[in-house]
Design a protein around this ligand. Structure first.
Ligand code: F6P
Length: 462
């Protein structure tokens, strides 16, 4: 390996620059050149393959700051179509001309699916990232358990389902215990709960806070750190009567209730409450943006106005129950120590895997109660089902207590190693030093894109 290409794909997460930084540091030590492709796979569709040399003279470029959120090389939800052989030939040809010996893609399950056709043409490795924490396996043979069932409403005539497994679930067996980005996202959602609580408490209201995660409940689960009263996850169909019972109990006791719901929560029939449209994004994901509002409608209907009027705690149920989405603040901004550190380790491991001659591999973050966290290389095919598809990881049901609507004992055991020391002292100090810097008022925002633009090179001019 003399020259490796690196790209960031899918939605941005806080620790992308940290992963790139880890890869650059390792590449410098091994005297390997690292080229960053602009806007993810999108760069490959441009005959000029816009890219940035990230380590000229084996020194990191100064624009690469591992403490900054986002990605200095940009990202997109464009993926390579495995059926377009002509396009794949063109891409391979361009990368060869650019002297690329291997590719590192930083991404999630969509990126790993999109990487497969390229892996058949040149060595590729994935360094995981996603705030949803849905890239991985709850146990090594989980991918084999996916089955296709006929579904006339699906365009292809079938859909995939995953039946509850008999496999013993052991935290030490999880493949890719946690993905960089998750810890920072959970810090934001937990803080969001703390802040909204004061309003709910002061005004005797019921707040529903919607968090991201798609069909996976990990972000909702971790938001337990903000001490919400009820957490609803997509892995357990909504039992509205049980939720109403619990809301009544809590509201009678403390006169305010805070509910966290994952954006992908489903009703008893398995329909997503938040699927406001059947449209999908380019990676094939259903757009989810109405879970909290749909839940609110159900609570308003079931609790009714009289319940609030009885104790003069609001004129109407509509007035008493409100929703907020944490939204993209979960994905943005400075990564906290846990994410930065392990993102860099994974970036470094990705370089090593390519140097060791691995192809179609994933750098994974493993956890063992005896050893703590460590990085390893894992065969990407082990993430694929029997048809070759990679599915987003669901939160294992054992991590959640459906009665209490909170993390189970095992869920708490899962969260502790990630979060106990997740925030570094520099993270707290950063806020103190930067937010109210007088310069922020006078200076316009300076985008990293402005600087990186000056470094972009093109295939035919390199
Ligand atoms: O995949 C990460 C994620 O944060 C999801 O949880 C969320 O639904 C989605 O991205 C939203 O991204 P966007 O609105 O930017 O497409």
């Amino acid at each position: 390996m003399k020259r490796i290409g690196i790209l960031t794909a899918g939605g941005d997460t806080p620790a992308l620059n940290a992963t790139i930084h880890g890869a650059v540091v390792r590449a410098n030590q091994l005297k390997i050149e690292l080229y960053g492709f602009i806007k993810g796979f999108n760069s490959f569709f441009n005959p000029e393959v816009p890219h940035v040399h990230l380590n000229p003279l084996f020194q990191s470029i100064p624009e690469l700051d591992p403490t900054k959120g986002g990605t200095l090389i940009g990202s997109s939800r464009d993926y390579v179509d495995p059926n377009r052989k002509d396009e794949l030939d063109e891409i391979t040809d361009r990368l060869k001309k650019l002297g690329i010996d291997g590719i590192i893609a930083i991404g999630g399950d969509g990126t790993l699916n999109g990487l497969q056709p390229l892996a058949e043409r040149l060595p590729t490795v994935l360094a995981p990232k996603t705030i949803d924490n849905d890239l991985g396996l709850n146990y090594p043979n989980e991918a084999d358990e996916w089955v296709r069932v006929n579904d006339a409403s699906a365009s292809c005539g079938y859909r995939y389902t995953h039946t509850a497994s008999d496999a013993a679930f052991d935290l030490d067996q999880i493949v890719n215990y946690v993905t960089p980005g998750y810890a920072t996202a959970v810090m934001v959602t937990a803080q969001g709960v703390e802040r909204v609580r004061t309003t709910a408490e002061s005004h005797r209201r019921i707040a529903i806070i919607e968090v991201m995660g798609r069909q996976s409940g990990y972000i909702a689960l971790g938001t337990a750190y903000g001490q919400p009263d009820i957490i609803l996850v997509p892995e357990y169909p909504l039992d509205i009567q049980r939720v109403v019972e619990r809301v009544r109990y809590l509201y009678d006791l403390q006169k305010n209730v805070l509910i966290v719901c994952g954006e992908g929560i489903v009703d008893a029939e398995g329909r997503e409450l938040g699927a406001v449209s059947s449209s999908t994004d380019p990676a094939g994901n259903v757009a989810l943006s109405g879970a909290a509002d749909a839940l609110r409608t159900k609570l308003v209907e079931t609790l009714g106005d009289r319940y609030f009027q009885r104790y003069r705690r609001g004129r109407t149920a509509e007035e008493a129950i409100f929703t907020r989405k944490v939204g993209h603040t979960q994905r943005g901004g400075r990564p906290i120590l846990f994410d930065r550190f392990y993102a860099a380790e994974l970036g470094s491991k990705a370089v090593e895997l390519l140097v060791e001659g691995r192809n179609n591999a994933v750098a994974v973050l493993q956890y063992q109660s005896e050893k703590g966290f460590h990085v390893e290389g894992y065969d990407a095919n082990r993430f694929r089902d029997r048809w070759g598809l990679i599915h987003a990881r669901y939160m294992h049901p054992a991590l959640y207590d459906p009665k209490l609507m909170k993390p189970s004992k095992m869920g708490i055991d899962y969260l502790l190693p990630i979060f106990t020391d997740a925030i570094g002292s520099d993270d707290a100090e950063h806020l103190r030093q930067t937010l109210f810097d007088a310069g922020n008022l006078a200076q316009p925002y300076h985008s990293i894109n402005t600087d990186v633009q000056k470094r972009i090179r093109y295939l035919h001019s390199t």
